[in-house]
Structure formats: C-alpha cells, structure tokens
Design a protein around this ligand. Sequence first.
Ligand code: ADP
Ligand code: MG
Length: 325
Amino acid sequence: ETMVNQIAAGEVIERPASVVKELVENALDAGASRIEVVTAGGGLALIRVSDDGAGIPVGELELAIARHCTSKLSDDIHDIRSLGFRGEALPSIGSVSRLTVRSRTASADSGAEIRVEGGRLTPVRPAGANRGTLVEVRDLFFATPARLKFMKGERAEATAAADVVKRIAIAFPAVRFTLSGTDRSTLDLLAVGDTADARLERIAQVMGKDFPENAIGIDATREGVHLGGYVSVPSFTRANALQQYAYVNGRPVRDKLITSAIRGAFADVLPRDRHAVTALFLTLDPGHVDVNVHPAKADVRFRDPGLVRGLIVGAIRQALAEAGI
Ligand code: ADP
Ligand code: MG
C-alpha cells in the first residue's frame, strides 16, 4: 500500500509546489474564506496550509488519508465542480513525507489529528484546533531520496510554490491568501469580493498595479466559448511567459495551445523574445474540455482546439486593433 502510494506520489507530487497546489485546492473545496500557506526550505522542510473551511469530521480523518477516498466524486466525470476528485493527494503526500492533518468541524467541540510518516499511520488522537483544517507536511521526499535529487534548489522551489498560490488566488478573489515562512516569497492578498471589479483588484494585488494600467480588456464569445480578461499593451512585456495567467472554467492552467495562441495574436506587434503579460479566462461547456489530462500538470484538452485558438487569436487581435495598436 505504501509502495502504491509512493508510485502515485511520483505522478501527483513532483515538487513542493505540487503539494501546495493540492492542499490549497482542498482548502478551497472545503469552502475556506482564508487560507494561510507557510513554507520553509523551499517547501522541502515544511509546508503548512491552514484554512477556516468546513473541516473533516473525526470519524473521517483516517479515510481522508486513505487511497482513493474522496468525499467529492460525482457520477458524471465531466461535472467536476470541485478542484479535487481523485482522492490521491493526501495519501500520496503521506507516503513521501511526515504528514499531519488536524481538523475541527463547526459542530464538533474539539479537534483531532492524524499523522503519517512515510506511509506509516499514527492513530487519530484529540488535538486543539480552530474550525477548519491544518495540514502540515515536513521533510518532503525524505522517504524517496531519489526524488529529492531532482529538486532545483530551495530558491527555485519557493518561487514555484509562490507561483502556485498566485495563480490560484487570481481565480478566488473572495478568499484571503497569505504566504509566509522562512522562504523569501511572501504574500498577503486581502479578500476583495466576487464581482468583476474584485477580480481586477485581485489581479492588481498579484500582478502589480501597473498591469491593469497597461492592459486592454478582452470580452469575446464564439460558439458558446467565452474569453474574458486582460492582455498587456505591446510596450508592457516580459522576457519570459511566467506572467501569463490563464484560466479554464475558473481553474488555473498552463497550456501550450493557449500560450501559442497568445504568441500568435501578438506576432505582428512583438519581437519573438518578448512576451505579453496576460490574465485570460476561458469559459466553456465542461463537456467540451478535459482539465484532468494528467493529475499534476495543468494541461487541458479541448474538444475543438481550433475554435479555442481562433477565439483567443481573434479576440486579442481585435482588441489590439480597437486600441489602435
Ligand atoms: P480529493 O481532494 O481528490 O478528494 P485528497 O486526497 O486531496 O482527495 O483529500 C481527501 C479528502 O480529505 C477530501 O475528499 C476531503 O474530504 C478531505 N479533505 C482534505 N483536505 C481538506 C480540507 N482542507 N478541508 C476539509 N476536508 C479536507
Ligand atoms: Mg484534493
């Protein structure tokens, strides 16, 4: 069982940033309005994510860290409203680290915690806890030293973990996110609400105020697929594509088709070695996109890639033209 989980961990948990992604998504699924992330040693020494969400009932703590136990599976695989649905993250993390899950639901008058070390379980015991859940991951990959060798160094891992928080935070402006710890990247993103204005405010919190000041709005629909958001003017560019934020049905994605469509749209106005800054939101029928091609990657598979590409290129070019660029 530990072995199976470690193999799964190789798929789901590539690096500290993958742990941060899974834990933050779990907190969001639990309806948290405040999520605190703490890291140390690039996340390899410590990742702690605490939330004020629904919590896990004492009787379900052990299940939560058992393989393929999810409280979120719905009958229709395409109808995935929650972010997690495989029930693989916690058991995978527990098989390659020292994991503690401490939680209390609103109706319970005390909390409880469970620990797993390299797959070995310590029974549930009472523990003081606020409403919500705290997940602490120490010594990531101590149980799989081969994996440790692939890490890029604490600075790079900390940056990747911060990037995950930023990408997710843009999609959830009503949630307060903080990132702190001994790693240099810190964030405090106050909750700003759920309106379109709030989204722009969150974008400014994450990407800097100068982005909205140098951006053009996008709002276009083609055959039921909607593209909204912002792209920078050609004078506001970067040497890499890291500042390109893209979302499909509210999920952060890193997708080749989207990146290449953005490049195509800017081809006439930007040199090849410069990249536009973007925050783009695609909305389409969930049945027309598979956002779970790979558990850890943020790739998506569109049923009609040509339509999506055409929409992105067309909408950006039109917006640039209307802005006289
Ligand atoms: P999945 O998210 O795919 O269901 P996970 O392994 O990430 O699988 O989590 C297993 C289960 O543990 C979840 O289905 C959920 O019931 C519970 N859980 C995990 N994290 C939290 C959290 N922060 N708040 C409430 N419940 C949680
Ligand atoms: Mg999950």
